[in-house]
Design a protein. Sequence first.
Length: 477
Amino acid sequence: MPASHNRWWALVVLCLGVLMIVLDTTIVNVALPSIRTDLAFTETSLVWVVNAYMLTFGGFLLLGGRLGDLYGHRRLFLIGLAVFTVASLACGVATTQGLLVTARAVQGLGGAVVSAVALSLIMNLFTEPQERARAMGVYGFVCAGGGSVGVLLGGLLTSTLSWHWIFLVNLPIGVVVAVLCRALVPAGSAQAEQKLDWAGAVTVTASLLLAVYAIVNGNEAGWTSARTLGLLAGAAVLMAVFLVIEARVASPLVPLGLFRHRNLATANVAGVLWAAAMFAWFFMSALYMQLVLGYTPMQVGLAFLPGNLVMAVLSLGLSARIVMRFGIRGPLAGGLLLAAVGLALFARAPVGGTFWVDVFPGMVLLGIGAGIAFNPLLLAAMNDVGPEDSGLASGVVNTAFMMGGALGLAVLASAAAARTASLQAAGAAPAFALNGGYGLAFAAGAAFAVIAGGLGAWWMREGRPLQPALSAGGPGH
């Protein structure tokens, strides 16, 4: 175990690597108009700049986490980081549509591995309850706050340099993180005696790939179209085959007993609901500010800052104290309910809204809610497992967030578009019709957050959530 001082520097290095991945999910959105013009994308083909990344990212999270358990978390972190960085170079120098989309898919693969094992490395570095809570607060802030930083950085780089730099900026970061990771993060141990469950790996990865593909293309193809329903049915069949394999194989990719841990299972369900609400909110609130209130992309990025600053104050200290004082159940439920109130405020925001009355209060409440809830959600999911399963648990948590976010954004965006079309057909002005659609999505997101908070309050087991569960063996092993 490294010295205490080195552990915190190692945390900074790991979070910087994670931040690079988180930024990439939003920084690209700001540059899409420039990419479309420069590489002559059509409206339909442009979505693959985003979807190619989401497809491989969502599909390989679970496998990436398990590979980290079997072959070493630091080794997989460095491999994933190298793949992501090289793919970023390919994106940055891309002059054709095919090269950019292919490189984005490879970026998603590298990002999935980094995201899946980073949380495991942090949990294994910090086993003392108070330190672990503080470390989770830092990690949570990076995950929750990095998106809006991406909006600001994307706007700055695209407007002052070119869209190529939103990818090229990853190169020096990736190199620095790799060098510091080797110096500061302990190598840890691998489980070389266990073999990878290839049948399980292929079936679950194929199932997730089909599911993500169906979700991200649901609005374009139609949710009741033969293609969408066929893909979802195929994903369900593959998942059923995967579960049969896991029940019978000697060394399963995902030991089904893992889901007997109530807190892990509850945290993942709550994570799906919360991610569905937050992904949709982030996307829709940016559109509300741009298309209804007339903000520029840079103004949108600045509008997210108050919530991020509140989240930073909570995540980087206060959240750990709250968890140490009250456990995981109360703060999780309370934070999610505060976020629900913030979403409800956005649901009532009018066409002629102002920042201080109609944007700022909701942003602050969402910042407080996220700052309080993210830490106990991660602790609830990860504290139930031992170090030999930490990568898998991290992959499961990240997959839950990814699938929940993708599904929530697709479904709520579809509902918002349908509501907008209905209002336009009834004779509403474009701004009012758009705002009506966004309001419906925000209200639905608030309902998701309330349900997630209810799960945390009524189903989560308090027990001893902050015990150093990653000591040898862990609970249930």
